[in-house]
Unconditional design. Structure first.
Length: 247
């Protein structure tokens, strides 16, 4: 790939990744500290939430170091002949992060709603399908990547249906406190999660924006979807006893 260096992140992209690393690390310390304020048997949501930002800290450490990527050839497109023969820096480490953290985010949400385990496990499987097909699509050179994108979108719609309808009904049945908390974290999550395929289409998918812009797009989304989400979730749970959820 002769012009690989043209398509990598710059020093400024790397600095931004380091800033997000710091945010993720700080959030992890705060969530762990909050766990110590409740009895050991009541820490399930603290531990899940701290695990999410802990994994993200390492993923962002990797990207700040300009590691965890593969150079993927960019398909020739008539509208942009300049890119012929170039490769784009595709951070596969994002997908390793998401493979671990998106099921944990869904667990946080679905356990709050008290959903039955079959529903939870099936939704987590669909989530893993979404992430893996997204990764394969990112690593594929040709337009077949949009086939994988379609599989991932189908999985996302199923997840969104379960969170917005099935989960909300269950949460509301458990009282207004749980219903309110669920609505807050569920709506926030579904809104944010539909922005990820847009970022993907502009970056790994269509090669429309530069890797530095990709860094900002995904970085802002990840801060909203992990540390901000976690703060909202733990705030909502401050006066919910996990025992009322069978936990
Ligand atoms: C991909 C690409 C293909 C289409 C779809 C995607 C969805 C990704 C999502 C990721 C969520 C990540 C989160 C990370 C937290 O920090 C894989 C981008 C639908 C929804 C919440």
């Amino acid at each position: 790939y002769p012009r690989v260096s043209d398509i990598n992140i710059t020093i400024r992209g790397s600095d931004w990744y380091w800033a997000v690393t710091a945010v993720m690390g700080a959030a992890t310390l705060v969530f762990v500290a909050l766990a110590f304020r409740v009895p050991r048997s009541k820490r399930i949501f603290h531990y899940i939430t701290a695990a999410i930002t802990m994994v993200a800290t390492i993923a962002y450490f990797t990207m700040g170091s300009n590691l965890g990527y593969a150079a993927i050839p960019v398909e020739f497109v008539r509208s942009n002949p300049k890119v012929a023969g170039t490769a784009r820096e595709i951070f596969y480490v994002r997908y390793i992060d998401w493979f671990i953290t998106t099921p944990l985010l869904l667990l946080d949400i679905m356990l709050t709603a008290g959903l039955p385990w079959p529903t939870i496990l099936y939704t987590l499987l669909l989530d893993e399908i979404m992430i893996v097909t997204g990764l394969v699509g990112a690593l594929v050179e040709s337009r077949y990547k949009w086939g994988y994108f379609t599989f991932a979108m189908a999985a996302l719609f199923y997840i969104a249906y379960n969170v917005t309808w099935v989960g909300r009904k269950h949460a509301n049945a458990l009282g207004s406190n749980i219903g309110r908390t669920y609505l807050m974290v569920g709506a926030w999550t579904i809104f944010l999660w539909f922005l990820y395929p847009i970022a993907w289409g502009l970056s790994e998918g269509g090669n429309v924006i530069a890797p530095d812009s990709e860094a900002v797009f995904y970085g802002v989304l990840d801060i909203m979807a992990k540390p901000v989400f976690g703060a909202l979730l733990l705030w909502g749970h401050r006066n919910i006893d996990p025992a009322t959820l069978g936990l």
